[in-house]
Each structure stands twice: as C-alpha cells, then as structure tokens.
Design a protein around this ligand. Sequence first.
Ligand code: SF4
Ligand code: SF4
Ligand code: FES
Length: 327
Amino acid sequence: MALQKYTFRIQRSIPVQGGGVQTKWQDFPVESEPNVTVLTLLEEIKGQQDGTLVFRQSCRSAICGSCAMWISGRTRLACKTHVGAVAKNGVVEIAPQKNQPVLKDLAIDIRPFFKRVHGITPYLLDGPEQNSTVTKSAYDQVNHVTQCILCGACYSDCTMAEVSPAFVGPAALAKAFRFVSDPREGRKSQRLADLCQPSAIWSCTRCTMCVDVCPKEVAPMEAIVKLRTRAMARGYTGSAGAKHALAFHEDIRRGGHLNEFTLMMRTLGIWETLKETGTALHLAKKGKVPSPFPHTVAGVEELRRMYDHLEQFPIEVETKAKEAVPE
Ligand code: SF4
Ligand code: SF4
Ligand code: FES
C-alpha cells in the first residue's frame, strides 16, 4: 500500500503553576500507510519528532483500555484505530478524553473515573437475595458487560457527564447492572434503590453516545434502561425520572399523546413546578403554551389494544444484552 501524507493535529496540555493546564494545538507531519494505527504513529512522533509528547498505552491490543483518547470527533482506542479511517482531508485531530481532568498532553487523571466505578460497590454482597445457582441465561445477560476494559471512552463522550460531573456515568452503571443481574448478589433491591438516587440511572438522557463509542460493545445505555425497568418492577417509582416515565406511559395509553401541560407537575410535584413559573411565562409570551385540555387522537383504541397485548405478552427488545428470566 502506498504511503500517504497526514497531519497529526495534537492538543498539547502543559501543567501550569497553581493547577490546571495551558493548551495549544500542534501539528506533526507523518507519512504512513492508511492501515497503520494512530497509536503506532503517535509513538513515531514521540520517537522522531518530540520526545516530550505524553500519552498512555500498554497492550497495543485493545485490552488494557489505557490508550483511549479523543480522535477525529469522538473517543476511541488509539491502538484499534487506523489512521486512514479517521483522517479528514489528511488531518487527524487528537485530544485527551473529555469530561476528565488532564495531567499533560493526552494523559488524563484516571482517578475520578475509577472513583465512580468503586462507588457502585463493584463486588458481590452477601444478603437475603442470594442464590448460589448461576444459570446459563443469567450468565448470558451479563457476559457482554464483563467485556468492559474500563477505558473511559463512554464517560468521555457522555452528554450527561459533560453537563453534570456528579453523574455516575455509563461505565459504572453498566458494572452496577452486572451485579444487580448476578444471581449470587445478595442485595439486589438495595442496589436498585441506591441507583434511583439523583445522578444515577434516571439522569441518563439516552443519547446513545456510550453505545456508539464503546470499543467492546458493552452497550452501557441498554444496561441503564434495564436497571430502570427492574427498579420500577420492584416498586422504586418515587424518583422524578420514574414519575416522568410513568406519566408518558399513562398519557399515551389514555389519549395517544402527551399532556405536556401537566407533565412537569406530575414529574416534579407542584412546588418544584411553581419554581419554574418564570420559564412558563417566558414560553407563554412566545406562544408556546400546551393545551390544558387533554384530547384523544384518532385510532387510540388500536393503541390501547397494543398496550394490552404487550402487557400480556411482553416482547424482548432487540438489544446486545439478553434479558434473563426474572429472578
Ligand atoms: S446514553 Fe446516557 S450514559 Fe450513555 S452517553 Fe448518553 S447520557 Fe451518557
Ligand atoms: S463500557 Fe465500553 S467505553 Fe465504557 S469503559 Fe467499558 S469498555 Fe470503555
Ligand atoms: S494500548 Fe491497551 S487498549 Fe490500546
């Protein structure tokens, strides 16, 4: 394969006195075949052009998770990414992972990420809900989640982590799903109750970014959705997120459309809604006032029949993770 010319545009971050980093973009020319990995070319730059360039790598085989960095628009493993696949007009932009503190150049401080993972108690607990038999279906449903290499790519591209650093994050929640789903776990209900606290399962916006960027097909968002379903099935419906989901369910079943006029009140309660009076008035001024009168769309009977059918014969949603028989 013929050599091609590329420009590696790398975000350099230099620590400054008093904390934080100063950033600048720096271009490095490289010549390479398109099927060479970004990591190999970063090593070449470090060896031949600038020995001060800092980045993490170890296994070079998409196993250790240490080379995750932002490459051409999203977070990827540098050792799994071919330069030809990500160059845009010959340019490859590379920056450290997002939503994480940067130490130097492309190396982030991984401690906050691992603190989140430790926060979900990532080991089995003794308790009354323990069952020593691990069935094949129970194993199947967590198998894909255990493929997580804790690279942090999902957290880096998570839209909720970007606006709310308190968010537990997709990797930790996928791990929580692994323990909630394990028959040997003794405190499933307690775990689900904890996961309904603010900044956990109900804070996910279901943007799918974590599913798209995960290099190991863990599909964290799907695990989060299943955690929500299980939490509600066990009666944990007091959080704003659960109330919001129930309001959607009720409205669509009743009339085939959402009653946005009362949605906020049913989600947040009257006092929290009153605090948003200013926003409501602002929207009203712009003519964006939902009708206070519930109405029913044509064909709603058909919709209700579908609801009835689904409640009687629940279908398994097509996901990467198989839902096991309820324990
Ligand atoms: S789906 Fe949820 S957890 Fe995944 S990236 Fe989006 S907000 Fe984050
Ligand atoms: S879920 Fe995927 S993207 Fe997230 S840390 Fe694990 S392997 Fe990386
Ligand atoms: S170097 Fe280990 S995952 Fe890339």
